[in-house]
Design a protein around this ligand. Structure first.
Ligand code: GLU
Length: 284
């Protein structure tokens, strides 16, 4: 199968050195394997995404020497597709609407003072709205996956595996039902309106639609991969390999965030650094 990978930034701020590392790693892997490198703009969060950030993404990537085929996939154009995946999960009776705020979730935890149990999707949901039927969905509700029902539907989930090709935890991984129940729980698949897919849902659908064979991304998403493999199994989407690379950190060892533009690629560009200088900064 020909190699296909992607870089999938959200245009919510300037790309920083961590994004440069991710995009260059994916681009290089695609070239080494005579494969394809695709770009996907994850602009689902319309309150935070801006066209000027998207324009800057293109400028930064071109400056780094990266090219991609047009048209670029925008996830805002795909709401009907996410809605039909939710419909399918609804027909299987695996999702439910949830009106809990963050505060409701914290209040419902049995011993919140001991620290909320965290999974790759945030606090593990205590299940307050689990008995609600989808027919009771109201605008403003989130939609959650019923993890226990999903596992019962799939049967022995250890048959769903994936390859990790990155430097950490390299090799074959398998779904583990105890881990999914206790360490992940009922994740959010959509927010507010049917079709406004949350990241975990859109990413698996879009990776399949773009024919991705290996997702290259930061090691912060390693733990989320089991969610993605589970959703692929539920939606009959093909398995892919994952390459989780090291994270680029600031001087204090903190992961770079878009909120601070201190390490923005555009800033280095304005300061007169060359793409080679930036590659050297991130150890490439
Ligand atoms: N939009 C996501 C991010 O910027 C992409 C994650 C992924 O590559 O799966 O973190």
């Amino acid at each position: 199968m020909p190699y296909v990978t992607r870089f999938a930034p959200s245009p919510t701020g300037p790309l920083h050195l961590g994004h440069a590392f991710s995009a260059l790693t994916a681009y290089t892997r695609a070239r080494e394997q005579n494969g394809r490198f695709l770009l996907r703009i994850e602009d689902g969060d319309t309150s935070r995404c801006r066209p000027e950030w998207e324009a800057l993404i293109y400028a930064d990537l071109r400056w780094l020497g990266i090219s991609w085929p047009e048209p670029v996939l925008h996830i805002t154009a795909r709401e009907d597709i996410y809605a039909s995946a939710l419909k399918r999960l609804d027909e299987l009776d695996l999702i439910y609407p949830c009106s809990c705020t963050r505060r409701d979730v914290m209040n419902a935890l049995s011993a919140p003072q001991e620290g909320a149990p965290m999974g790759p999707d945030g606090v593990i949901y205590p299940g307050t709205c689990r008995s609600r039927a989808m027919a009771s969905f109201r605008t403003g509700d989130a939609i959650r996956l019923d993890m226990a029902k999903s596992l019962a539907y799939l049967g022995d989930v250890s048959r769903f595996s994936w390859q990790e090709t990155g430097p950490y935890e390299t090799g074959t991984h398998r779904l583990d039902s105890a881990q999914l129940i206790h360490g992940v729980g009922d994740i959010v698949l959509a927010r507010k309106e049917l079709g406004t897919a949350a990241y975990h849902l859109s990413v698996v659908i879009d990776d399949a639609a773009q024919g991705i064979t290996e997702a290259v991304r930061g090691a912060d998403l390693m733990e989320a991969t089991q969610i993605h493999r589970l959703l692929q199994a539920l939606l009959d989407l093909p398995e892919l390999a994952y390459h989780h690379h090291r994270l680029i950190r600031d001087e204090n060892g903190k992961r770079l965030a878009k909120r601070t533009d201190a390490k923005a690629i555009s800033k280095f560009r304005e300061e007169g650094l060359t793409p080679e200088d930036v590659k050297a900064l991130i150890g490439l």
